[in-house]
Design a protein around this ligand. Structure first.
Ligand code: SAM
Length: 286
């Protein structure tokens, strides 16, 4: 049988050992906490630096302006930059033909010509060389352009632009477009118009873009106001359930047919959870 003093000594030894273990573990935990604190500090600085950069971006500044001046448009503005809207615009810009593929046209005397509104550049230069194919700056029309973003920004990253005629019939959208243009200061001219179907001036354009086909009647109705053979890029969708969607289509063939695209250079579809978006790019004349 153990004496009471022996029991006491064993308990004291246990206590001493456990205390030592606790000390070691506390010291290690303190070390880990110190490291975590340092990491948190670093991450906090990274977050704050990134936030400062975001605050300087034009898209954020426009959003701030909307919050301060036109709060009713905030949801729509945020929707215009949502994943679905952004990927639809990226899709369009990615599929747009570029350079000679965009401008190439054979004029009446059989000479292949690169078309641009201001200049018609012959493919064969004075020395008889057929290369390079120079690009002229484009005259573009954007129909039902909403706030202009992010499409103008994306187009600017791919094409040489001379001028954009922008059509938007909603005044509140145009106020926000003005903010967007102020922030970006694009190096080309942008003229803003109201209803696309009300402009009866005859003009020559290189590219006509309508990403809002489901919101309006078919733009083929305006074909007679365009000289030459502009590239036409149209998107619409099969989201029939919304009142403002007055001209949806069931498939891309219907979009091509309704807009009488004769020379189709691209046709395709993009699936979203609630609908499919259709797009065709081509010419009104063969
Ligand atoms: C909701 S937005 C854009 C939706 C489309 N999914 C997009 O991303 O481009 C459609 C815009 O077309 C505009 N719109 C409709 N008919 C128009 C017309 N005839 N002329 C100019 N803008 C028009 C509307 O005011 C609206 O701002």
């Amino acid at each position: 049988m153990q004496s009471a003093i022996e029991k006491l000594k064993i308990f004291e030894k246990n206590i001493e050992e456990k205390t030592q273990e606790n000390r070691t573990s506390a010291w290690e935990t303190r070390k880990t906490i110190g490291k975590l604190r340092k990491d948190i500090g670093k991450n906090k600085k990274h977050i704050s630096d990134t936030r400062k950069k975001v605050n300087k971006l034009p898209y954020h500044k426009v959003e701030q302006w909307i919050i301060n001046n036109q709060i009713g448009s905030l949801e729509s503005y945020q929707d215009s930059l949502s994943h679905g809207q952004l990927s639809s615009k990226q899709w369009l810009v990615e599929k747009l033909p570029k350079g000679k593929d965009l401008y190439l046209e054979v004029i009446s005397d059989g000479t292949p010509t690169i078309l641009g509104y201001t200049q018609h550049l012959p493919l064969v230069n004075s020395e008889g060389n057929s290369d390079p194919y120079p690009e002229s700056s484009l005259y573009i029309e954007i129909i039902g352009g909403w706030f202009g973003c992010p499409l103008i920004d994306l187009l600017h990253s791919k094409l040489e632009i001379k001028k954009i005629d922008f059509y938007e019939k909603d005044k509140l959208c145009k106020t926000i477009l003005a903010q967007y243009l102020n922030q970006f200061e694009f190096p080309f001219e942008i003229s803003v118009f109201g209803d696309f179907f009300e402009r009866k001036e005859i003009r020559r354009r290189d590219l006509i873009i309508n990403t809002s086909g489901e919101h309006m009647e078919d733009i083929i109705k305006m074909k007679r106001y365009f000289k030459g053979n502009p590239v036409v890029a149209i998107q619409s969708n099969d989201y029939f359930g919304l009142d403002e969607h007055i001209n949806c289509v069931h498939n891309v063939e219907e979009l091509i047919e309704k807009n009488q695209i004769k020379n189709v250079v691209y046709k395709g579809e993009l699936d979203f959870p609630k609908y499919t978006r259709y797009m065709t790019i081509g010419h009104w004349y063969v």
